[in-house]
Design a protein around this ligand. Structure first.
Ligand SMILES: NC(=O)c1ccc[n+]([C@@H]2O[C@H](COP(=O)([O-])OP(=O)(O)OC[C@H]3O[C@@H](n4cnc5c(N)ncnc54)[C@H](O)[C@@H]3O)[C@@H](O)[C@H]2O)c1
Length: 344
């Protein structure tokens, strides 16, 4: 392992730096790490995160581009591994602003990796995405599927995955890149939830529509799918969180670099989401039907066989209603999201 000389950063001892840990997925992972007995330090610039979400470990409010600050944080908290969630993630915005997306997603990742190399931290877990695949040529999508992203967001994540190959060769950085499909749901204890602004994800938007907000816009009803709407693979955020804890254990045990899909392998349509929210909430979901959006494939779902085989991961949540119920419960308890707790 590349951390010879840093005995205080061995497996199970050093803290885990969670960049973007005040955001949706990072906060759930921070909770899972803390529950598994790890010390957590969150670094987030709060551009899209919430102080109220960064409650499992100390919060350092900083931008990941600040290499000196990342290095100082690594030294101060004796960090042994980094989980990197901090990124910009709106596909449409990435098309309009590739400068911003390359800067934050590629530039930000390189800054974190540079700080790690300078401080001899050799374990890295990347939040990657199904968007690296582009238009699917076959489903379910395995990790061997061609990676031809169709938007800057997907390109930036693929660029970081590629950079990791070179970092390993040159500096010994071992990494796990986790390609999430559609993250969904909330912490079953009700301590954390999804509070993106703007919210672009279909489950929280359908929930907001059921609670009297704007009607849910459904893009495309003429796809070659059973009900004409898009099919997607939803994975509960707690199942994602557990996969991160397992990825870390793998790296701590000296395991090798890998790339893994994370989905449940069972797609649900937009109409399924609407029906599920109606069942769970007992309310009607008003919907408006609009034409397809360019670049939205009809069917997108994962094979997660590789992570099942290599790391022994299994999803606990395989039914949409259970995922939706957790999201609904959090929204009902926090109608303004983290605002009332965080002053933001
Ligand atoms: N939500 C999904 O369904 C999904 C799917 C695939 C991949 N991902 C990836 O997972 C990661 C987390 O997604 P999320 O839904 O939790 O997003 P999020 O916006 O809730 O969290 C990202 C966090 O990173 C912070 N951040 C952004 N740029 C930063 C910077 N330069 N310095 C410090 N902090 C910064 C934000 O303030 C925010 O708290 C992202 O990398 C995203 O690309 C998400």
């Amino acid at each position: 392992m590349g951390t010879v000389g840093f005995v205080n950063r061995g497996a199970g001892v050093g803290a885990i730096l969670v960049t973007g840990g005040a955001g949706y997925i990072g906060s759930h992972v921070a909770k899972a790490l803390a529950a598994s007995g790890r010390r957590v330090v969150v670094m987030d610039n709060l551009s899209n995160g919430h102080r109220g979400a960064a409650r499992f470990g100390e919060l350092v409010v900083a931008d990941v581009h600040d290499v000196a600050r990342v290095r100082e944080t690594i030294r101060h908290y004796e960090v042994s591994a980094v989980m990197h969630f901090a990124a910009s993630l709106l596909v449409g915005e990435s098309v309009r602003d590739p400068i911003g997306y390359y800067a934050n997603n590629v530039g930000g990742s390189l800054a974190v990796l540079e700080a790690m190399v300078r401080e001899s931290v050799d374990r890295f877990v990347l939040s990657s995405t199904a968007a690296v695949y582009g238009e699917p040529v076959e489903t379910p999508i395995t990790e061997r599927h061609p990676t031809v992203p169709i938007n800057p967001y997907g390109e930036t994540k693929r660029a970081v995955e590629r950079a990791l190959t070179h970092f390993e060769r040159a500096y010994g950085t071992r990494s796990i890149s986790l390609r999430y499909f559609n993250a969904a749901g909330s912490d079953p204890d009700g301590e954390l939830g999804e509070d993106h602004r703007p919210e672009v994800h279909v489950i929280p938007r359908a929930i907001d529509a059921a609670r009297g907000g704007a009607a849910l816009q459904v893009f495309g009803t003429d796809y070659p799918t059973p009900d004409g709407t898009c099919l997607r693979d939803y994975i509960h955020v707690s199942d994602l969180a557990r996969a991160h804890v397992m990825a870390l254990a793998h790296l701590d045990a000296g395991g090798s670099t890998g790339i893994y899909n994370l989905g449940i392998g069972k797609p649900f349509s937009v109409r399924d989401v609407i029906s599920s929210v109606e069942r769970v909430s007992g309310r009607h979901v008003p919907a408006e039907y609009a034409p397809r959006r360019p670049g939205d494939p009809g069917v997108l779902f994962a094979s997660s066989e590789r992570i099942r085989t290599d790391l022994g991961w299994r999803p606990d949540y395989v039914e949409l209603d259970a995922m939706v119920a957790s999201a609904w419960a959090w929204r009902q308890a926090h109608p303004n999201g983290y605002q009332e707790e965080a002053g933001r």
